[in-house]
Design a protein. Structure first.
Ligand code: ZN
Length: 399
């Protein structure tokens, strides 16, 4: 367990003093962790086959990871043909990580084993107005999961808006402005005495789709998040594309209405998210109903036909296709996954988006790209993020 505690205390600097043999050993351990995350439980012989490492090397790496508490052995099940080989899996019996998704109206808090499987129902708490209150609410919700007998190894936090990946600082979040200038992972990690990582929410969705959703076998894909705003996460060659300082993916602030567009939270006018988002739909609903409708309220209102927004949704399908077509033309992904509650209102909305996208994408690029609804969630991405950070803390990432 000592290995995971290196995460937030300058472990990258610490690793450069390692001797070469122990560095190789740790790289092997990280490879075993990555294989178990990708394939699920494996016997040592299966790890040898998949990794290409020698049997003694795998045995040594697994023993070290067992001692560290990061993996555990499954009960061997009798097959009736000789002694079955015990499988090794990512630890879940006595260890857990926490995943937190912060959003404009609510935050979600979840606990999972290192295999990403949730331990209990996800908690939803109301997002308070101040940063101090936010930390207090999240600390209380996290502590409900931190029970005796289960060691909590770390916490991942997903945050909307601009997040500087170099400093872990929220820079500009129009929808959760109380986090601007703050370091929620450092502050909450300090309160809980846990290693912690902060992820921009679109990047979190990419990790969720990669580890627990539809992208488990896909190296090059994008996730478009259409919720309070519009964000983009891109994974190329199995690596997150974050940009110079983590600010990549702000496709929601691409101008799509150059003349007379509505004011966006960023200060500009005519941004994509002023015409495609829960917030944009809520604005239309407010106009029609003559009262203020919140973004988290409009989906239920429209789904229950308490307000007719079919013309507005049709227009949104066209605007959303502009974003999907741009992503396909620019990145040539094998898949674009769309994460949005808007398709809960009209199930054929996704088909209309795909149709419009086809009209606006270069045909060879469109033909190679699958477009589907994302399965992962932001709290799952936060869970995947802290597990990845713990795995990276076992050995440095060689780039
Ligand atoms: Zn904007």
């Amino acid at each position: 367990m000592a290995k995971s505690s290196r995460l937030v205390s300058g472990q990258r600097q610490g690793t450069v003093t390692l001797s070469w043999p122990s560095l190789v050993g740790r790289l092997n351990e990280r490879l075993v962790l990555q294989l178990l995350q990708r394939h699920g439980p494996l016997s040592r012989a299966e790890v040898v086959r998949v990794s290409g490492l020698s049997a003694p090397t795998v045995s040594k790496a697994v023993s070290s990871l067992l001692r560290a508490g990061l993996v555990e052995e499954e009960e061997a099940t009798e097959t009736g043909r000789g002694r079955p080989a015990a499988k090794v899996r990512l630890a879940r019996s006595r260890v857990q990580v926490l995943g937190i998704a912060v959003d404009a109206d609510h935050c979600w808090v979840a606990a999972a084993g290192l295999d990403g499987v949730l331990r209990c129902p996800v908690r939803r708490v109301t997002t308070p107005a101040s940063y101090e209150e936010l930390l207090t609410v999240l600390e209380a919700a996290a502590r409900e999961y931190m029970v005796e007998g289960i060691q909590t190894l770390g916490v991942g936090i997903s945050l909307p808006g601009l997040v500087d990946s170099r400093t872990g600082r929220g820079i500009l979040s129009p929808n959760v402005p109380m986090t601007n200038g703050h370091t929620p992972a450092v502050d909450l990690g300090s309160r809980l005495q846990l290693p912690a990582v902060l992820l921009q929410e679109s990047h979190a969705l990419c990790l969720a789709e990669r580890h627990y959703g539809l992208a488990r076998q896909i190296e090059d894909f994008a996730v478009l998040d259409v919720a309070t705003g519009v964000g983009l996460g891109v994974m190329m060659g199995g690596r997150l594309f974050t940009g110079h300082s983590g600010l990549a993916g702000e496709i929601g602030h691409m101008t799509v209405v150059p003349q007379g567009g509505r004011r966006c939270g960023c200060g500009n006018t005519g941004c994509l998210e002023t015409v495609v988002s829960d917030t944009a739909l809520a604005w239309h609903a407010s106009q029609k109903l003559g009262r203020l409708v919140r973004g988290d309220e409009v989906i239920e209102l429209a789904r229950n036909k308490l307000v007719d927004l079919s013309a507005e949704l049709d227009q949104m399908a066209g605007y959303l296709a502009l974003a999907v077509a741009t992503v396909i033309n620019v990145f040539n992904p094998a898949a674009v996954f769309i994460h949005t509650p808007l398709v809960d209102i009209e199930p054929d909305l996704l088909q209309r988006v795909i149709w419009h996208t086809q009209q606006r994408t270069l045909p060879p690029s469109f033909a190679q790209c699958q477009i589907a609804r994302a399965q992962g969630t932001k709290y799952q991405g936060a869970i995947a993020g802290i597990i990845q950070a713990l795995t990276d803390a076992v050995a440095p990432r060689i780039t």
